[in-house]
Structures are given as C-alpha cells and as structure tokens.
Write a protein that binds this ligand. Sequence first.
Ligand code: GRF
Length: 218
Amino acid sequence: MALVRTAILISGRGSNMAALIRASHAQNYPTDIALVVSDNPQAAGLTTALEAGIATHVSERSTFDTKAAFEADVDTALRSANIDLVCLAGFMRVLSANFVAGWSGKILNIHPSLLPSFRGLDTHQRALDTGVRISGCTVHFVSAELDAGPIVAQAAVPVLPDDDADRLAARILRAEHRLYPQALAWVASGRVRMEDQAIFIDPSLPFNRDQSFVVPNV
Ligand code: GRF
C-alpha cells in the first residue's frame, strides 16, 4: 500500500514530531513524514526535521498582513507537497474554520489532557489546581472549535501527590510520544475516520479498540 504523505505542524521543541518521525521509520508503518511546517523560524524541531532529512517550510505569521494570507501560505505548502494528512504537534496557532474545512477529517492534534477537560492552554497547572487524580493526553481530529473534535485515542496518566506542572507535563509527554504514533497509524491506515464530525471505525479492518486507551508506566 502507498504510504500516506503526512505533514507535521510545529511551533517549538518538536518532541511529538520526533516521535512520529521515529515511528514512521518502522516497517509497515503507513505514513511517510514528507514535510514539517513551523510558524516559528527558531523552532528547535526544525533542526530535528532537517537532520532527519525531511523537507521543512517556515510560515511566520508576522510576515503576512492577515491570518488568511498566513493560512493560505501554509495551505499552499501542504498542497504543493501532495500532503494527505496533517498532524498538529505543539502548533501554537488556532486555525480558522475555513482552513480546517479545507482539511476536514485530515487534521489530527495532540492535547495534553483528557479532553473534554482542560481545553486550551496551561492544562497541567489547571489539572493540579482542580485536584484531578488522573490526567493524560488525547489525540483528536481537528474541528472548527478549539480542542473539541472527535477523539481518536487517549492515554491516562496519574497525578502524583508531589507533582508540579513540569513534573506532570513530563510524565504526560512520555505518554504522548506513545499515543500519537499509534493514533496516526490508525487514521492513516483507514481504520479510524472522521465522518459527520464523529469517529467512524471501519468494521472491515482489524482494530483493537482496547489499545485506544493507554495506561503507560509512571
Ligand atoms: C505537547 O505537550 C502537546 O501535547 C502540546 O504542546 C506540547 C508540544 O510539545 N500541544 P512538543 O513540541 O511536541 O515537544
């Protein structure tokens, strides 16, 4: 089967991007990471992508007059590279409804909480402030509403008594690095799709739904 051409959008460190690149090197993994796009020219993840021999593109918001022009540049980069699927991985911009509609069912995001709890920023501190005992991460399809699209997979991570936001973030990040490659493989292979803003699991393809809830070692 032809590999699904996948782009990753980043803004910074790019550790989830690196996890997806690593996974894509495995035999039988269904995607080729063909492009990395960053809105930040200083993003450390750009260096990682270059070292992995992956094409990169920088679209810096401040160099465009409007958000629409910025998004048009990103869209052109994706379409010129014949991209089929887009993974947001620490991409710190909210994409417009118009952009999302153009890639409907083809954009994934990873969010460091068990959605629908703690949408948006500062998730770890908010989780600690609320006193939840279990947090985690979620891979979901991107919809027009922030962090609200249909959920592909989640990983649960315990909140420990002496956690601060950094310790909790580090523990959840380890789960993110396992969850995102798994979720991308399901979507790229057609096992999991978004239809009418809901998750559709193809009954004709092998799929172990138990694996969509990962409880990693602490
Ligand atoms: C991750 O925690 C991701 O869930 C969130 O932003 C962080 C990005 O980290 N959206 P990295 O750039 O992938 O290392």
